[in-house]
Design a binder for this molecule. Structure first.
Ligand code: ADP
Ligand code: MG
Length: 696
């Protein structure tokens, strides 16, 4: 391997490359545009496009694409080659500024939740100059936002960029009051990505994995994760080779892949990058997921990104580590060293506490999906109730502030503004609580409810906008205060008092917490359909509209898309189960029954003194289970037909949740029990034990 420093970002048209290759005034113009979020001048765009094309061609690229993130959850590309006829039967390689900054795309090919009906079918993609272009598979990829011709967001990136602007606007107002020299703030994200690796040849034998990404049947193996012997255990050679290749490919793309280790469950692993600006982190996480799947295949493996690929085994999440950082490099969630930094830190901390408390439903919705419903509250992932962990020390400080007490006898010093000086607490004492959905981890928050396959965009849209709203209210009050210090003190005290109900430092897996949370008035929205009912409410519309993140129409279209995704997914799962049970499992069971019956008969024929108890008892058990499975299968078939008659997506989702999913569960129960008694030679699919441990 050549030096990592040479490999890193070798396929990225980054600042370094631009500085080297662009004429100085073009480079400066581009920087200015990116910083101020203005439209790019066409003469600058032309110069950038030419330099980009030259650079890309030197690296072997022949095509370019606008690379975007439609509401499908994966990225989309449409490749165009650089070729252009030169008139004499020959071609030249061309790439114009116009092609760089704007592309046309058929919006009707992507989920649009009804937005298209009221506007034109065409959509367009627009370059996001804050995210660098890169080369992947000989294609120059230009990160873009995807909108309808009316300007409505049809993707995950547009609202993310808007939410970053919103929080920047409000945070800057607050920072000014503290006399900060910052000119801009960015939110930063470091997403820890969990995933499973299983042998590809076994993956290929399971229709459920192929169609749905998770196992719909499968009895628990004799060993699960009870021994906790996988986490940080030694990494197997095949997995190690995969991780090594993955790192190199990600580094080439400028992704800061940093930490790779095994996770809690067998065959489960994690990759964490070094955090970066949110929109880039979102782009990079999409690339990471794509590369994981691609490189796994090259290693004869299949990478499962589903939230819950195996029942009874921990699912995979994506921890969204989040903070705010000024352009001067100051992390606003770092308690800091001096008293004034403490006060500013406490105010930003309060902004997050208030945001999470007031918009808990939106946070829950931002991670809602059919797959994640299987994971949340499963005693492995956070429960579906949103709460915050601050740790005993920080909670103690907030308590003291609320009650006007001195926090610690040793820390008698108080600020002039009355806010207590925070003791310097070592980062590691703040958190090893793994059950909290939203945990303060020393200088950032970690939101842990997100499922492994999801884009990080939506959660950050919600966090950014909700925190922007807190900061807006704070700024409104502080800017008009007669005495800044008195008002600040009162504001912090009031916020703690009003929103402390969201803080919970105990065990989130405990049933007692569910009861306690209810008493505190926290929402427990167990499933996606339950959660989505709380999306387009006046309060949420007001939030997003006032911060210019979503219009009401955009929210309504997103709701339609989320419901539609949920319904389609459950339908595919149900149909896959029907297919597997009717065509493979029940026939195999029937055949095995015949074998048992034949054996019993031949034993009897041979001599009636030979016991046939094993054959008889199993025959009864298997036939009873098969009959029960068959009855459920018939009901499931009817349910899948009934769904079609329900036109409204919300009602459809309720029907899927209340009728289809319970039938799927019943069918699985019988089939999984059958798997434990039918000969493994005759079972039509590799077992979960085989997938995870390589044993049948
Ligand atoms: P753990 O597994 O204990 O949660 P990791 O080191 O695996 O910790 O992951 C922590 C993640 O948080 C990393 O991706 C890291 O880059 C990210 N992170 C650290 N500081 C910040 C910050 N200020 N803003 C956003 N993310 C951060
Ligand atoms: Mg973590």
């Amino acid at each position: 391997m050549s030096k990592v420093t040479e490999i890193f970002a070798s396929n990225v048209f980054n600042d370094d490359v631009m500085r080297q290759r662009l004429p100085e005034e073009v480079y400066k113009g581009l920087q200015w545009t990116a910083k101020h979020g203005h439209h790019l001048d066409i003469s600058i765009a032309n110069a950038v496009a030419t330099a980009m094309k030259e650079w890309a061609m030197e690296k072997g690229a022949t095509h370019f694409t606008h690379w975007f993130q439609p509401m499908t959850g994966i990225t989309a590309e449409k490749h165009d080659s650089f070729i252009s006829p030169a008139g004499d039967g020959r071609i030249i390689m061309e790439f114009s500024g116009k092609e760089l900054i704007k592309g046309e795309s058929d919006a009707s090919s992507f989920p649009n939740g009804g937005l298209r009906a009221t506007f034109e079918a065409r959509g367009y993609t627009a370059w996001d100059p804050t995210s660098y272009a890169f080369i992947k598979d000989d294609v120059l990829c230009i990160p873009t936002a995807f909108c309808s011709y009316g300007g409505q967001a049809l993707d995950k990136k547009t609202p993310l960029l808007r939410s970053m602007e919103a929080i920047n606007r409000q945070a800057m107002r607050v920072l000014k009051l503290f006399g900060s020299d910052a000119e801009k703030i960015n939110t930063t994200v470091g997403p820890e990505q969990e995933y499973f690796l299983i042998p590809k040849e076994l993956f290929d034998k399971r229709k459920d994995l192929i169609y749905t990404g998770r196992t719909l049947f499968g009895a628990m193996p004799s060993k699960g994760q009870e021994l906790d012997d996988h986490y940080f255990g030694s990494i197997k050679p095949a997995v190690h080779a995969f991780m090594k290749d993955l790192d190199v490919e990600l580094w080439k793309l400028g992704v800061l892949a940093k930490t790779e280790h095994n996770e809690g469950a067998p065959a489960q692993h994690e990759l964490a990058p070094v955090f970066t600006t949110t929109n880039i982190a979102a782009d990079h996480n999409q690339l990471t997921m794509e590369m994981m799947q691609k490189i796994a295949r090259e290693h004869g493996l299949e990478c499962l990104l589903h939230e819950k690929p195996f029942e009874g085994v921990s699912g995979s999440g994506k921890h969204n580590n989040w903070s705010l950082c000024t352009d001067k490099g100051v992390n606003l969630l770092d308690p800091g060293k001096t008293p004034s930094e403490n006060a500013q830190f406490l105010l930003f901390l309060c902004a997050v506490i208030k945001a999470v408390h007031e918009y808990q439903e939106l946070l829950r919705i931002s991670i809602a999906s059919a797959g994640n419903d299987h994971r949340l509250g499963g005693g492995e992932a956070p429960p579906a109730i949103v709460s915050m962990f601050l740790g005993d020390e920080l909670s103690g400080i907030l308590d003291a502030i609320e009650n006007g007490n001195t926090y610690d006898q040793k820390e008698k010093e108080q600020l002039k503004i009355g806010v207590h000086v925070l003791p310097r607490f070592p980062k590691d004492t703040t958190d090893r609580n793994r059950t909290s959905p939203f945990a303060f981890t020393g200088n950032k928050f970690e939101f842990r409810m997100l499922g492994a396959s999801a884009s990080v965009s939506e959660v950050n849209v919600v966090i950014n906008t909700a925190v922007a709203e807190s900061l807006k209210q704070f700024a409104d009050r502080l800017e008009n205060a007669e005495d800044f210090e008195t008002e600040l003190n009162e504001l912090i005290r009031e916020t703690i008092s009003k929103h402390k109900n969201i803080i919970f430092n105990g065990n989130g897996y405990d049933d007692a917490w569910i009861a306690e949370a209810e008493k505190r008035g926290l929402k427990n929205l167990k499933t996606t359909p339950d959660a989505l009912k709380h999306y387009v409410t006046d309060k949420n519309v007001e939030l997003f509209v006032s911060h210019k993140v979503y219009s009401r129409e955009e929210m309504e279209s997103r709701l339609e898309i989320m419901l539609d995704n949920y319904n389609k997914l459950i339908n595919i799962e149900a149909r896959t189960m029907i297919n597997m049970a009717s065509k493979d499992i029940l026939p195999a069971v029937s055949e095995y029954s015949k074998k048992l019956a034949d054996t019993a008969i031949s034993k009897r024929t041979f001599s009636k003194d030979i016991p046939v108890i094993y054959e008889e008892e199993n025959l009864v058990k298997i036939s009873t289970l098969a009959q029960s499975a068959y009855e459920t299968l018939k009901k499931l078939r009817v349910a899948v037909e009934d769904v079609k008659a329900i036109k409204e997506n919300g009602l459809r989702a309720d029907f899927c949740k209340n009728t289809v999913l319970p039938l799927m569960k019943d069918l699985r129960k019988d089939v999984d029990e059958l798997e434990t008694v039918v000969s493994s030679d005759m079972w039509p699919y590799p077992s979960i034990g085989e997938l995870l441990f390589g044993v049948r």
